[in-house]
Design a protein around this ligand. Structure first.
Ligand code: KG4
Ligand code: ZN
Length: 337
């Protein structure tokens, strides 16, 4: 079976061809140049750029896979969650192709794509696993019991971790997106220069997160330092490193607490923030100390990509599942089928 995947949920236009679990192509066109000067993703501009890019990207995905549209047996497209206008571009393209070629299509939840991305490179991940999905739009912990069976353990109550990275990056004048920039500049900073505290929920949701407070705290520290008229030359790097280390500590500690709580046999991190080098190092270190296998996708499968969508879609299509042509895009969405 050959499945064409399409992903347009935020600011990456991506198309991929997957065949029997193998990725034959995965083309990603980022829109950083469009949104950079606004310091964040502008939804209307994202939709317009998707519209311009979708057909060339989809043709390129077929070319790289040495396939033509006639070789495609089904389509998988992100239908939720995300920016509705952006999602609609990919969804409409997928429906159009499915109708014209009379082949099935299936709408896929973007988060389910991130959860399953590690399986592209590691087919034998011991289950149950605890998956930490950290991106610009999501920060959630799931227990993965089997393909298609996920139990939410906790999620952010306000900003996603990536959103906090992006906002603090903007505050520090590091441009957009802030995540990779903070990762880079932190190498020169002292992670203990500033002490930030993060909320801990002791009620019925001990695995929930909150990132809006640390963003405000970073803004206050910066303002005080600038007002003191003696900001140190390493202020930006120190603040970036201290912020990053606090966020990573919280993510890693909750991940391993959850792992112990549910007696998981492995851990997974996925999503754009899983590209963060400190997070990857800390997860590797703790997993080795606790003697638990860990799985982190390669960078190009961590950030938004259509390969993970095609990969999940192919499995559902092989089970005979598909979506109706009246499927709509949704800003939110769960993973029940
Ligand atoms: O998964 P993704 O590509 O898109 C969403 O679904 O949101 O994640 C994008 C997010 C952005 O917030 C970006 O700043 C963050 O991932 N990110 C990073 C790094 N690379 C990307 N955050 C921290 N460190 C990185 N190296
Ligand atoms: Zn994502």
């Amino acid at each position: 079976m050959k499945v064409l995947g399409i992903e347009t949920s935020c600011d990456e236009t991506s198309a991929a061809v997957v065949s029997d679990g193998s990725v034959l192509s995965n083309i990603v066109a980022s829109q950083y140049d469009v949104h950079e000067r606004f310091g964040g993703v502008v939804p209307e501009l994202a939709s317009r750029r998707h519209l311009e890019t979708i057909i060339p990207i989809f043709s390129q995905a077929l070319d790289v896979a040495a396939a033509t549209i006639n070789d495609i047996d089904g389509l998988a497209v992100t239908s939720c969650p995300g920016l509705v206008g952006a999602l609609l571009v990919g969804l409409s393209a997928a429906k159009g192709i499915a109708m014209a070629r009379n082949i099935p299509f299936i709408g896929i939840n973007h988060v389910e794509g991130h959860i399953n991305a590690p399986w592209i490179e590691h087919p034998h991940i011991p289950l149950p696993s605890v998956a930490l999905i950290v991106s610009g739009g999501h920060t959630s912990l799931y227990v993965v019991e089997a393909f298609g069976s996920y139990r939410l353990l906790g999620k952010t109550r306000d900003d996603a971790a990536g959103e906090a990275f992006d906002k603090v990056g903007k505050l520090l004048g590091l441009g957009f997106p802030g995540g990779p920039a903070i990762d880079k500049v932190s190498v020169q900073g002292n992670p203990e220069a500033f002490r930030f505290t993060m909320p801990r929920f002791t009620d019925a949701s001990p695995f929930d997160f909150s990132f809006s407070g640390i963003k405000t705290a970073a803004a206050l520290v910066l303002r005080e330092a600038v007002q003191s008229h003696h900001p140190s030359s390493t202020l930006v790097a120190d603040l970036a490193a201290s912020f990053q280390s606090t966020v990573v500590d919280v993510l890693v500690s909750r991940l391993f607490e959850a792992t112990a709580r549910v007696h998981a046999k492995s851990v997974i991190i996925s999503g754009g923030v899983a590209a963060n080098r400190l997070l990857r190092r800390q997860v590797a270190k703790q997993a080795q100390e606790k003697n638990i296998p860990y799985f982190i996708p390669s960078l190009h499968y961590c950030t938004d990509n259509a390969a993970m969508i095609a990969f999940v879609g192919e499995k559902y299509l092989q089970q005979g599942k598909h979506s109706a042509l009246n499927l709509n895009a949704s800003a939110t969405g769960d993973m029940t089928r």
